[in-house]
Design a protein around this ligand. Structure first.
Ligand SMILES: Cc1cc2nc3c(=O)[nH]c(=O)nc-3n(C[C@H](O)[C@H](O)[C@H](O)COP(=O)(O)O)c2cc1C
Length: 727
């Protein structure tokens, strides 16, 4: 529901809201401009002080009223030579000052902001924009909390730098000011259309002075002396020689009345609640007289067009990933079958879409949504089907991070369940999250309707088989048609190839391609290579950055019988290959300036090469890398030496396993124990890339190191300070 509301409002009204917000951002500079140019109140002045300077500087006038203008100037109404006049005065000297002329841009922006240059009719558009902004903000919060898996995780670090993550990061920061702006905008529209009114229209109850005494100068009246000028909005002078008239001062909260002879406060007439609310709303919405808040409003308003653009990108990406194409999705109240999807790259959504269609065709009320969208209650639910991919070290994919907590709160009895896991046998934690899901379902709902099933490398064949089994289980054949979708690929031309390790009987090749029209990527992202005769792509870590390097670089180890690796290693210079980019947000160089410890072996060096090459700010980066023999296997040997001399790399600890004595990368870690502890204390992030066996050894080493300073590996992982890219 949140998603539909948010997408609909954003797509339909994003432009309108952006125009109002941008013009609002310009208007928010006005209080800053006013502060810089106004005849500002001399801090520490009282109302009595102002009256004194005004009277002394203009002895031959008869003052009537002093009014603080929205621009922050004091305007004096007075009579001189029987002529009534109004002049801005300088509160420091009491002299008349030139009336400030507002720059034309503000007048234009105000008309655009309030009515789109369309007169009264345009005010409806502004009201719609205000309502849309309120809806977008509230539904955005709902979506965000669902994405991170609940309020408890609402303050934790948001992973990734894709448009969705940026949308959420900026959204979290701008949330409060945008909510304030939208609610106050709605209030002001309510005033425009007379839905809300300010005050009851009653004039304050003026008291009278109690006795006639000799005239006293206002600056000698203790009541006015005690009233700070900063709190006053308006001062009304008593009529001269009218002994029962009083000094009246309006503040944001009340009218206050002072005896003109004794200076005593005679009474205080609080502003009506509605008038006070109006004052607060105006302050919050326009920030007049409060330039720091104006700055906050300006930045927040500027973020609105950013949301429109990133929001559209997210919407488009979701569409492409099949996320929003669940036609015939049953409502929560009607759903009898619930398909929950845990996906990060989008492939599982495509399987889910095929299954969803199968149920719709069979006439069954089915609802398909992300695992993080699981609700507490589905009144008609009969069967729950989970389709979950696994990421990282057996972790949940993005759309399922909060699933296990949500499942615990599900109110369901007599609901059948089936789990399907997606993974890749090349990973150590094959289908690990899918298995966790199956275990949790068993604990919550009892025995499954059919045995949990695992699909390796998105096998269409295995999926069809599982759909047949599911049909048997339901006692109703299901027609599910799944056609694997090949992403849009780009062609790369091999420009150079460097082979290492021939002398050792197995080769590692660094392949460099010309990068002409390749989608944006950074070191650590993955490249999907489509080799001839391979139904599924093979993934390789990228060592290059699309923005900074003029090439694409990967490292491939020849695997006996490996279709793709042999094909790549045998490629001739000038040959072309088809590739797509797979973002790997979990394995990116952290953005802070804290140290980074990179650990890898063999081709695990690939992502680090790009990260180190671009470490131009010389942040402390240590590389621990394991190869076999320095004479045959010194991949990037010269570059590493250069990076050290250029301070892109602080240390290079290379371990050679086939020398005498042989050493593994974990041995170097043990040898550098005290240095690494210092790095950990300084907030270092550890990045590990390579085979599963090596990664397990490194985990053991860093668990021990972390324990020495009272940390645990789990905690480091939770804080995104222990990142792994394992194959
Ligand atoms: C960066 C990355 C990490 C992965 N980690 C694992 C893993 O630990 N265990 C596993 O079985 N599969 C792992 N996989 C494979 C995915 O689970 C599998 O490709 C799945 O079909 C992806 O589905 P999705 O595109 O819907 O996210 C990983 C894939 C990638 C790209």
């Amino acid at each position: 529901m949140w998603r539909s509301v948010h997408s609909f409002a954003g797509l339909m009204l994003g432009l309108l809201v952006s125009v109002v917000a941008l013009s609002g951002a310009v208007l928010a500079t006005k209080p800053i401009y006013d502060t810089a140019t106004s005849q500002s109140v001399v801090s520490g002045m009282s109302v009595a002080d102002l009256l004194k300077v005004v009277t002394n500087a203009n002895p031959d006038i008869m003052g009537e009223r002093l009014l603080l203008t929205p621009a922050g100037d004091w305007k004096l109404t007075f009579t001189q030579s029987n002529r009534r006049q109004e002049r801005i005065i300088d509160p420091a000297t009491g002299d008349f000052a030139a009336e400030k002329k507002e720059p034309a841009i503000y007048t234009q922006m105000r008309t655009l902001h309030r009515s789109f240059f369309l007169g009264e009719d345009g005010r409806v558009l502004t009201a719609i924009a205000g309502a849309a902004m309120a809806i977008l903000t509230v539904s955005g919060v709902g979506l965000f909390l669902r994405r991170v898996g609940g309020l408890r995780r609402g303050f934790s670090r948001i992973q990734g730098r894709d448009s969705g993550a940026l949308h959420a990061i900026v959204g979290r920061l701008a949330l409060v000011p945008l909510l304030v702006l939208s609610v106050t905008a709605l209030y002001l529209s309510g005033l425009t259309f007379d839905v809300i009114s300010v005050g009851d229209g009653a004039a304050p109850a003026y008291p009278e002075s109690l006795q006639e005494l000799d005239a006293v100068a206002p600056w000698d009246l203790h009541g006015l002396q005690a009233l700070p000028l900063a709190t006053a909005r308006e001062v009304i002078f008593p009529i001269p020689e009218d002994w029962f008239d009083v000094w009246s001062v309006r503040t944001a909260q009340a009218w206050m009345f002072f005896d003109q002879f004794t200076g005593d406060q005679l009474s205080r007439d609080p502003q009506a609640l509605s008038a006070r609310i109006y004052e607060v709303v105006m302050l919050l919405h326009t920030a007049e007289g409060a330039w720091p808040w104006a700055l906050v409003l300006m930045v927040s308003a500027l973020s609105v067009p950013f949301f429109t653009v990133t929001g559209m990108l997210v919407w488009w990406r979701n569409r492409r990933n099949g996320r929003s194409r669940m036609e015939g999705n049953a409502s929560v109240a009607q759903a009898e079958i619930l398909i929950l999807v845990g996906s990060e790259g989008g492939a599982t959504w495509r399987f889910a879409e095929a299954l969803h269609k199968g149920f719709v065709t069979a006439g069954l009320p089915v609802r398909t949504c992300a695992m993080n969208e699981l609700r507490r209650d589905y009144p008609k639910l009969r069967m729950l089907i989970t389709m979950a991919a696994t990421y990282g070290d057996g972790d949940a994919p993005k759309s399922a991070t909060g699933f296990l907590d949500r499942l615990a709160r599900l109110q369901a009895s007599g609901v059948q369940h089936v789990s399907l896991a997606f993974g890749d046998k090349a990973f150590a934690g094959y289908c690990a999250f899918g298995r966790d899901v199956a275990t949790a379902l068993n604990a919550k709902l009892g025995q499954p309707a059919m045995a949990p099933f695992e699909i390796d490398k998105q096998s269409a064949h295995a999926f069809q088989h599982w759909c047949d089994l599911l049909g048997d289980c339901l006692g109703q054949p299901l027609t599910v048609t799944y056609t694997p979708k090949r992403p849009k690929t780009s062609a790369l031309t091999l420009t150079s190839k460097t082979v290492f390790g021939r002398a050792l009987g197995s080769e590692t090749t660094v392949l460099r391609f010309a990068a002409l029209r390749i989608p944006a990527h950074r070191p650590g992202d993955l490249i999907e290579v489509y080799a001839p005769d391979c139904t599924v792509p093979r993934l390789y870590s990228l060592g290059s950055c699309s923005k900074r390097d003029g090439f694409v670089e990967i490292m491939v180890r020849r695997v006996e019988g490996g279709l793709c690796s042999n094909w790549l290693c045998d490629l001739a210079e000038g040959a072309s290959i088809d590739v797509a980019i797979a973002r790997n947000e979990r394995f990116q160089m952290p953005t802070s300036r804290k140290p980074v410890i990179m650990v890898g072996a063999g081709t695990g060096l690939a992502p680090f090469t790009g990260m180190i090459r671009h470490n131009t700010a010389s942040r402390p980066v240590d590389l621990f890398w394991g190869g076999r023999r320095p004479d045959a296997d010194a991949i990037y040997g010269e570059e590493i030496a250069a990076w050290l001399s250029e301070a892109r790399l602080a240390r290079a600890e290379l371990a050679w396993s086939r020398t005498d004595p042989g050493q593994y990368v974990q041995d170097r870690i043990r040898a550098e124990r005290s240095h690494l502890i210092e790095r950990l204390k300084a907030g270092a992030t550890i990045m590990v890339c390579g085979g599963a066996a090596m990664a397990a050894e490194i985990r053991t080493e860093f668990s021990a190191l972390a324990a020495e300073i009272g940390l645990s590996l789990d905690e480091l992982k939770r804080r995104n300070r222990y990142l792994e890219d394992i194959y």
